[in-house]
Design a protein around this ligand. Structure first.
Ligand SMILES: *Cc1c(COP(=O)(O)O)cnc(C)c1O
Length: 472
């Protein structure tokens, strides 16, 4: 280590020194728990130490001055006292962005959550009978109404729904799946792994690109408990491919008295092909095709809260319902309130498209996107900074959440360049702003796709840039 670094390290004060400084300068009742303060001081000193070790050229003793140390500690305390979970502005153009919370609840739905969760409710109380009721009764009927299924079950998420179904129907038995559908969804959800954990034995049939009905039929034996089809969600096969239709698999299941399950992944009640998107099987079509069990997520293209929904036939679902694991995967009243309110919106498709943010963003007409991009650009121009330059760029948004991987969603982005700041630097400042604004870097520009930016967020983005050009 070079002697300058060594010298700086030696001079870096200890925790006690900063604590003493704090106590001398801050009001006694500062409301900061001692543990938080000590942790914040440690973090501050650790950061300085890291910078010294990295050979930060600009570093000198001035950074350890008492006033500097106090300032840095204050910042660290402020951060530690604030919420870690924050709202952010999604300017990535990925609509169902798993890292950014997937679907946004419609305002009305969020209000229902607040109302139900802040007061007592009839969560498990039958108001007609005056006796204990089912926790899921508020969503069962409407799920059956929308899907045409006989019975519905709701659990924590779709991974849980798939696991619970397999554990119930095929533990210690065999499940036949096409090799083309042994997918990894991301976040460590892999069909073969989930299957192994459920105690079901995976029987792979067909080849990666082609599977025929006869492949399934040949694999059926006494140990077979289930025929499973998995929506390949986040990848797509093109070229010389063949898959067995759900209808054909259902017919095969009937012949051998085997239930057929379809994991839809991102399920929806709306036929997106009516809105210039690619055709995806809807939940009701999947039920109509005769599947015994259909599973899908609540917070992907459905646009509701995180949940795993299972719909299907009475006999098979009765077994799933009785599985004690169902209790371990149960959802709370906030989720139920959100799911019920979201499902109600689907009674009127026009209303669903216009009021469920996920659907609205996916079906946003190009003219409106262009308009929004121009509005953002104008707001940035109005800041009147010579250093800030904007351009409108054509781009492509993504559905996200592992759904419709090939779907092109033409969009307009606003690219920003600020003289004297690299795109990386802008990206970091935006990410650390309040609220954080998440965009991407492209050709040395900070790029924001306005498809996923809400109208009221345009002003926030503009005022954040205003601060940047004023300060940097
Ligand atoms: C996303 C997905 C899952 C997991 O759903 P979660 O709700 O995220 O748990 C399971 N199967 C498929 C096919 C999926 O696309």
């Amino acid at each position: 280590m070079d002697p300058i670094q060594q010298n700086l390290l030696r001079k870096l004060p200890g925790v006690d020194h900063v604590l003493e400084l704090w106590d001398k300068t801050q009001p006694v009742e500062d409301g900061v728990p001692r543990a938080v303060l000590v942790r914040s001081i440690r973090t501050t000193l650790d950061r300085l130490r890291t910078r010294i070790l990295a050979g930060d050229e600009l570093l000198d003793e001035a950074l350890f001055s008492d006033s500097q140390l106090l300032h840095l500690t204050e910042e660290a305390v402020k951060k530690a006292m604030g919420f870690k979970l924050k709202r952010v502005i999604n300017a990535t153009g990925v609509v169902v962005h798993t890292n950014l919370g997937r679907s946004l609840l419609p305002k009305r739905v969020a209000e229902r959550v607040a109302e139900i969760s802040s007061q007592y409710s009839n969560l498990e109380f039958d108001l007609e009978k005056g006796a204990r009721g089912s926790r899921y009764s508020c969503v069962e009927d409407i799920l059956c109404e929308l899907s045409g299924a006989e019975v519905a079950i709701v659990v924590n998420n779709n991974a849980g729904a798939v696991f619970l179904s397999l554990e119930t129907l095929a533990k210690g038995k065999e499940v036949i799946v096409s090799r083309g559908e042994l997918v990894e969804i991301g976040g460590s959800f892999r069909i073969p792994d989930v299957m192994a954990r459920s105690g079901a034995k995976l029987v792979e049939v067909g080849t990666t690109n082609r599977t025929h009905l006869s492949d399934y039929e040949r694999a059926i034996r006494d140990e077979t408990a289930l025929l499973l089809k998995v929506h390949t969600s986040n990848y797509s096969m093109v070229g010389f491919t063949a898959e067995v239709s759900l209808q054909d698999l259902v017919a095969l299941g009937a012949k051998y008295h085997l239930p057929v399950m379809k994991d839809l992944g991102s399920g929806n009640f709306v036929d997106f092909s009516k809105y210039d998107l690619m055709k995806e099987p809807t939940v009701q079509e999947t039920i109509a095709a005769g599947a015994d069990v259909v599973t899908f997520s609540g917070d992907k293209m459905l646009g509701g809260p995180q949940a795993g929904i299972i719909v299907g036939k009475k006999d098979v679902l009765a077994r799933i319902k009785q599985n004690p694991i169902n209790r371990a995967l149960r959802i709370d009243k906030m989720t139920l309130a959100a799911l019920e309110a979201t499902l109600h919106l689907y009674r009127d498709e026009t209303q669903a498209i216009s009021s469920i943010p996920t659907l609205r963003m996916l079906t946003l007409p190009p003219t409106l996107i262009s308009k929004k991009a121009r509005r953002l650009q104008n707001r940035l121009k109005k800041l009147g900074s010579d250093r800030l330059k904007t351009v409108l760029i054509k781009g492509s948004s993504r559905v996200g959440g592992g759904a419709l991987p090939l779907q092109e969603l033409p969009t307009k982005c606003v690219g920003v360049r600020i003289e004297g700041l690299s795109a990386n630097h802008i990206e970091r400042i935006m990410r650390e702003a309040t609220p954080p604004i998440i965009g991407r870097i492209e050709n040395d520009l900070f790029v924001m796709d306005v498809r996923t930016v809400q109208d009221e967020e345009l002003a926030i983005i503009a005022s954040t840039f205003k601060k940047i050009v004023a300060e940097a």
